[in-house]
Design a protein around this ligand. Structure first.
Ligand code: B1M
Length: 211
C-alpha cells in the first residue's frame, strides 16, 4: 500500500493518532503535498460520504474521520503554504447558518491565506446578521466567501447573499460561494459574483478580483 493510500485509509477509519506520522513519512518519501491532500485526504472523505449514504457508517464515524482529516490538514499546512509575502487584503469567510461542515471552508481559508489575504474566519453556522456585521466592521475588506455543504442549507446561503445585496454591501465586497451542492447556475441565480468549485479555484478567483 502506498503512503498516500495509508493516509486515506487512516482518515477513513478515523485513526487520528497516526496521521501526523504518516504525513511526515509521505513527505519524507517525496510525495507531493497537493497529492497527499487530494488523493489521500479529500478522497478519504468522499469514501466516508459514500459509506454514510449507503448506511454502512453513521454520524459518529463521519465525525471521527473528520477529526482525523483536520489533524492531517493542520500538519500538512506548512507544506502547502504559498508565498505569504504578498498582502492582497482581507477575506471574510464562513459556513452558512444551520451548517456545521467546516473542512472544506477551512481548506478554502488556508488557500486564501496562502495567496496573501488576511482571513477573517467567522466559523460555522454563521447567521446572515453575522456576515453583515463582519462586512460592515471591515470596510477595507473587499471579498466575502460563503460555504454550504448541505442541500438543506442552500436557502441559508441564498438568504445571506440576498441580505448582503439588499444592504448595498455588494458594492464593497465581491461574493464568492462554494460547497459540494453549489453550482455555477445556483450561484448565478442568487446573485453571487463567483462560484468556486474547490479551494484552489477560490484563491485564484479572489486574486483575479484583486487584480
Ligand atoms: Co455531513 N453530510 N452531515 N457531516 N458530511 C455530507 C455533506 C453528505 C453529502 C454525506 C452523504 O450523505 N453522502 C450529506 C449531505 C447530503 C445533502 O445535503 N444532500 C451530509 C449529511 C446528511 C449530514 C447530516 C445531516 C447527517 C445527520 O446528522 N443525519 C449532518 C448535518 C450537520 C449540520 O451541518 N447541521 C452532518 C454532519 C457531519 C459531521 C459533523 C459528522 C461531519 C462534518 C465535520 C466537520 O466538517 N467538522 C460530516 C462530514 C465529514 C461529511 C462528509 C463525509 C465530508 C465533508 C468534507 O469535509 N469533505 C460529507 C460527504 C462528502 O462530502 N462526500 C458529508 C471534504 C471537504 C474537503 O470537501 O467540504 O466539499 P468539501 O469542500 C470542498 C468543495 O466543496 C469546496 O472546496 C473544498 C475542497 O477544495 N468548497 C468551497 C467548500 N466550501 C467552499 C467555499 C468556497 C469555495 C469552495 O467559497 C467561499
Amino acid at each position: 500500500m502506498s503512503k498516500i493510500q495509508e493516509i486515506s485509509t487512516a482518515i477513513e477509519f478515523g485513526k487520528k493518532k497516526i496521521i501526523k506520522g504518516l504525513v511526515d513519512e509521505a513527505i519524507a518519501e517525496g510525495c507531493n503535498p497537493i497529492d497527499i491532500l487530494n488523493q489521500g485526504m479529500i478522497e478519504a472523505m468522499s469514501i466516508v460520504g459514500e459509506k454514510f449514504k449507503a448506511n454502512e457508517i453513521y454520524v459518529p464515524e463521519m465525525l471521527i474521520a473528520a477529526r482525523a482529516m483536520k489533524e492531517g490538514v493542520e500538519h500538512l499546512k506548512p507544506h502547502l503554504a504559498g508565498d505569504q509575502s504578498a498582502v492582497l487584503g482581507k477575506f471574510i469567510i464562513g459556513t452558512v447558518e444551520g451548517d456545521l461542515h467546516d473542512i472544506g471552508k477551512n481548506l478554502v481559508a488556508m488557500m486564501i491565506e496562502s495567496a496573501g489575504y488576511t482571513v477573517i474566519d467567522l466559523g460555522v453556522d454563521v447567521s446572515t446578521e453575522k456576515f453583515i456585521e463582519a462586512i460592515k466592521a471591515n470596510p477595507d475588506c473587499h471579498l466575502v466567501g460563503l460555504s454550504a455543504l448541505l442541500t438543506t442549507t442552500m436557502p441559508s446561503l441564498k438568504k445571506s447573499v440576498a441580505a448582503i445585496i439588499e444592504a448595498g454591501l455588494n458594492k464593497q465586497v465581491k461574493i464568492i460561494v462554494g460547497g459540494a451542492p453549489i453550482t455555477q447556475e445556483f450561484a448565478d441565480s442568487i446573485g453571487a459574483d463567483a462560484f468556486a468549485a474547490d479551494a484552489g479555484s477560490a484563491a485564484s478567483i479572489a486574486k483575479a478580483f484583486s487584480a
